[in-house]
Design a protein around this ligand. Sequence first.
Ligand code: SME
Length: 162
Amino acid sequence: MTENIYIPTDIVDKSSKYQSLIPQIKALVEGEKDIIANLSNIMSALKYGMDFFWVGCYFVKDNELVLGPFQGPVACTRIAFGKGVCGTSWKEKKTIIVPDVNKFPGHIACSSDSKSEIVLPVFNSNKDVALVLDIDSANLNTFDAIDQQYLEEIVQLIESLL
Ligand code: SME
């Protein structure tokens, strides 16, 4: 039986939150081999641990991105190569931080409540993008280099589970 994710309420700065959360996420997936089960719990831990608006992943399938495990409001199911923030992260094989989604050309608005986002590519052992991790915030300017640093640690964990 897994325990709930617990971030002490006196932790307010986000580096400390990630530092508390990441070992808990590692423990959560330990001993489980099923990727959907693991991704589902990782998305939940990230959403509720960090209090994000939407956290989910899109798998590369037949040259499209297809919605995978997520937490938050319903989302677009398919995204084309190079389209939106997710499709751009896939195409450019890099993390993209968008401080204001309304200023990102071609942004795909699944929800008008999403104001800023970060998308990180997750690579398979052939160095191809296998999926992207998409995190949305209901506020502008939420994500910076600190989020990128810790979320890339979570990406490495996901890569080790693929
Ligand atoms: N914002 C994304 C689409 C996915 S939703 O945010 C869940 C994009 O432009 O790629």
